[in-house]
Design a protein around this ligand. Structure first.
Ligand code: SF4
Length: 200
């Protein structure tokens, strides 16, 4: 068992509601921090120590160790498209509360990973991610009428907001990249081996 898996097990054992997909998402994000590229190799990017302490208290009350935002003295600079993704997710929160804000940060952070988004959130399968997005970012989910891969869909949304056309074809049905955008996302979860049921 790797150090990362130990972290996940500790989080789930310390969880208030381990059957909730939000809890699974936060646990996955925190445990997978070492696998993300810098500066996203932190529990949840752009959340400070106070926010992480609040997440720990609310979702993982029995966790023995604190969750720290950054090992260094000052936060790293955000790069890439993280800020744009975060802004879009914040805008589409179903409820503009703390949980929605934390989840927006978690999803944007996971988008910086190299795998399917559901894997980089440490979730059991794509269905769990879809349930989370439909429940907590409903207006955004409603736009994904073709059930596009979530990470692809987010990036396409960003391009459309900027008026950019990144696609090779005017329509998805005739596009040679169709499978990259809509193909199956079957893979193995980093942590969770069963299929639920989970609660939104
Ligand atoms: S399938 Fe092709 S046209 Fe559709 S979003 Fe993907 S790249 Fe763009």
């Amino acid at each position: 068992m790797t150090q990362t898996e130990v972290g996940y097990v500790e989080l789930i054992e310390a969880a208030r509601h381990p059957e909730h997909v939000v809890t699974l998402a936060f646990a996955g994000l925190i445990a997978l921090a070492p696998q993300r590229p810098s500066p996203y190799d932190v529990p949840i990017a752009a959340l400070d120590d106070a926010a992480l302490a609040a997440i720990r208290e609310r979702y993982f009350p029995d966790l023995q160790c604190p969750l720290k935002a950054y090992a260094g003295a000052s936060p790293p600079q955000s790069i890439d498209e993280f800020e744009d993704l975060l802004a879009m997710l914040l805008e589409h929160r179903s409820v503009a509360d703390q949980e929605g804000t934390w989840l927006a940060h978690a999803v944007a952070t996971a988008c910086m990973g190299a795998n399917h988004l559901w894997q980089d959130m440490g979730l059991p399968n794509r269905a769990a991610l879809s349930m989370l997005i439909k429940h907590h970012f409903t207006s955004l989910a409603e736009r994904n009428s073709g059930d596009m891969k979530w990470k692809k869909f987010f990036y396409r949304q960003l391009c459309e907001r900027e008026g950019l056309l990144m696609c090779n074809s005017p329509s998805c049905g005739n596009c040679s990249d169709y499978l990259q955008c809509f193909g199956p996302e079957d893979a193995t979860s980093f942590f969770v081996r069963d299929g639920g049921p989970y609660l939104a």
